[in-house]
Ligand binder design. Structure first.
Ligand SMILES: O=C(O)CCC(=O)C(=O)O
Length: 369
């Protein structure tokens, strides 16, 4: 296992912004929202730099479960850890999730977006602080700057309120729609297994964190955000999903054959080339806090296009509101102090709502500039 000094060799640079004393003191929200809503100038099908995004074959990790730690598996862990340090994002193939489970979930997601708006509105997000429901987050929102050209439907794992069974009944009545309910839940079950595997690889094997500490996070809440983008007459003037980092530990996204997802690297937007057999994995804000900045929360957005319909499935792992999120103690020593304040996930959500583009600046413990 590497020493902390070796692990920190390539830490991303953090902001020198002054640490606010309280959430209410944070300002400049208008400017941040303006940036949040700026469209990307890179088209959905411009894949000229897509090959730079790490594509990692997980076959060796799947074998690890039965055969113990092999050298090949260690190499795969290092590839993923390196991608998280450099990009905060990578694609995976041979991930162990059956294509039938993915296709069935995509078909159910497509069927719900195809419903008339009055049917979808039966599942409207309540606006009570919970994520789940139709039109969640920024979907179908108008602003002074630009239109957001997407619909979203957020459904939770069956351990939580707002699961697929709840929404099947809400939209289709007491007998529900068992195919919708089961297809989504089976997908989430497969995602949980993959998520735990990735968390263990990245946090326990990649960073040497205490397995108990990581398990507390890996057993967190899971939510599926289905994103739907109709063809957009003026894609250069609109944004599908605005630029943001995810308020998750980690997100696993499935695109099929139509692109739209872009990640920011060194100030450039780079399109992720969709592959039906791949997932795109990204570190979220809690992953950056937990790794004390060793892993980067990926800034990304989704662009639309004039002719094709896009559907994506984004599964996020995130802590319950009461969990205190902080840099892992194993990564802290005299030379490597914590870079972020400890914060409950509930309080972080408030910071995130105000600052979707750079929430972590507001938790930074790096001194004021
Ligand atoms: O649909 C996409 O490609 C990106 C979606 C996304 O960023 C999100 O759901 O947070």
């Amino acid at each position: 296992m590497l020493t902390n000094s070796q692990k920190y060799k390539r830490t991303p640079k953090m902001s020198k912004k002054r640490i606010p004393n309280s959430i209410s003191e944070i300002s400049d929200e208008e400017e941040e929202f303006r940036i949040h809503l700026l469209p990307s100038s890179v088209a959905f099908d411009d894949f000229q730099h897509a090959h730079l995004i790490p594509l990692i074959d997980l076959a060796a990790l799947q074998q690890l479960q039965s055969s113990g730690c092999t050298t090949t598996a260690e190499k795969v862990v290092e590839q993923m850890a390196s991608a998280c340090r450099e990009w905060g994002m990578f694609q995976i193939i041979n991930h162990g999730v059956s294509q039938a489970v993915i296709d069935r979930c995509r078909a159910s997601a497509a069927s719900v977006f195809a419903l008339p708006i009055q049917e979808k509105m039966k599942a409207k997000r309540l606006g009570d602080g919970s994520f789940h429901g139709y039109g969640s987050g920024s979907a179908v929102m108008k602003s002074d700057y630009t239109d957001i050209w997407s619909e979203a439907f957020y459904v939770m794992d069956s351990t939580l309120p707002g699961d697929s069974s709840y929404y099947a009944t809400k939209i289709w009545g007491p007998d529900g729609n068992t195919e919708f309910r089961d297809a989504l839940q089976d997908y989430l079950t497969a995602m949980r297994k993959l998520m735990v595997q990735l968390m263990e690889a990245l946090m326990i094997q990649g960073l040497g964190l205490n397995p108990e500490f990581v398990r507390e996070y890996a057993e967190c809440q899971l939510g599926l955000r289905m994103n739907f983008y109709k063809p957009c007459p003026e894609p250069a003037k609109h944004v599908g999903v605005p630029r943001h980092t995810d308020g998750t530990l980690m997100t696993i996204l499935h695109q099929a054959d139509v692109g739209g997802l872009q990640v920011e690297k060194d100030g450039q937007w780079i399109s992720v080339k969709p592959r039906a057999d791949a997932f795109c994995v990204n570190i979220g804000d809690y992953g950056q806090i937990l790794s004390n900045g060793l892993y980067k929360s990926a800034m990304h957005l989704a662009v639309g296009n004039e002719s094709k319909t896009q559907l994506t499935l984004a599964t996020g792992l995130f802590p319950a509101s009461s969990l205190v999120v902080k840099p892992a103690p194993e990564l802290i020593d005299d030379e490597h102090p914590p870079l972020f304040k400890s914060i409950t996930a509930g309080d972080f959500k408030m910071v995130k709502n105000k600052h979707p583009v750079a929430p972590l600046k507001h938790l930074s413990l790096k001194n004021s500039g």
